[in-house]
Design a protein around this ligand. Structure first.
Ligand code: AR6
Length: 207
């Protein structure tokens, strides 16, 4: 069982802090801004419709956030995952969340980027975020939390991954915001929190 459950109500909507020096990449849209949160902590504590898992192709568990999600959910998660036949890089599959406070887990497989990032890895990471949002919508989910997919064991540079995450979510919300109430960027490392703080104002500028 996961302790210290964080209800959506206690996850603040993102507000910019500090000086924004770069020019925003998108127009101000307060309706979209109110659907985004940045939170540093353990994604397994979040009471949202779905937490995203940065899994591997087997979907049978591993280290990092995958390990934490499987530990928190308990053995029934692995049992359900074993029926799914794995998952390709850039795709996403949904399961129950069992012992977690979330309702579902959306498992996605990020690209392995240990040899550096080319267009192929960028497209795959974009596809992860996009596929998770689409799978969420197909299941009428209104609140989704993402970890920093691929930036741990899989070696994707966090400073590049942040722009992929933020641009895909911004574009998706712009197209289909009525389907979603909140997207939580659940970072684990202080350095990622700083990256998101710095980049969020470019994708979700305030008026
Ligand atoms: N909550 C939120 N974020 C977390 C948590 C947590 N409890 N724990 C770690 N992170 P990684 P990947 C952050 O390595 O790079 C697994 O073995 C972590 O700090 O979990 O996609 C799978 O089975 C980092 O920012 O995922 C695969 O084999 C981010 O989650 C492989 O690792 C992603 O790091 C996938 O590698």
């Amino acid at each position: 069982r996961v302790s210290g459950v964080l209800h959506l109500k206690s996850i603040p909507i993102w507000t910019p802090s500090g000086q924004v020096t770069e020019k925003p990449l998108y127009q101000v849209n307060e309706a979209l801004n109110s659907k985004v949160s940045l939170l540093r902590g353990d994604i397994t504590r979040l009471e949202v419709d779905a937490v995203v898992n940065a899994a591997n192709k087997t979907l049978l568990g591993g280290g990092g956030v995958d390990g934490s999600i499987h530990r928190g959910a308990g053995p029934l998660l692995k049992k359900e995952c074993a029926t799914l036949g794995g998952c390709e890089t850039g795709q996403a599959k949904i399961t129950g969340a069992y012992g977690l406070p979330a309702k579902h887990v959306i498992h996605t497989v990020g690209p392995i980027a240990q040899g550096g990032v080319s267009q192929r890895e960028r497209d795959a990471l974009r596809s992860c975020y996009r596929s998770c949002l689409e799978v969420g919508a197909q299941n009428q989910l209104r609140t989704v939390a993402f970890p920093c997919i691929s930036t741990g064991v899989y070696g994707y540079p966090p400073g590049e991954a942040v722009d992929v995450a933020l641009s895909v979510v911004r574009e998706y919300l712009q197209e289909k915001h009525a389907q979603l109430d909140r997207v939580v960027f659940c970072v684990f490392l202080k350095s990622d929190e700083e990256l998101y703080q710095a980049r969020l104002p470019l994708y979700f500028p305030r008026g």
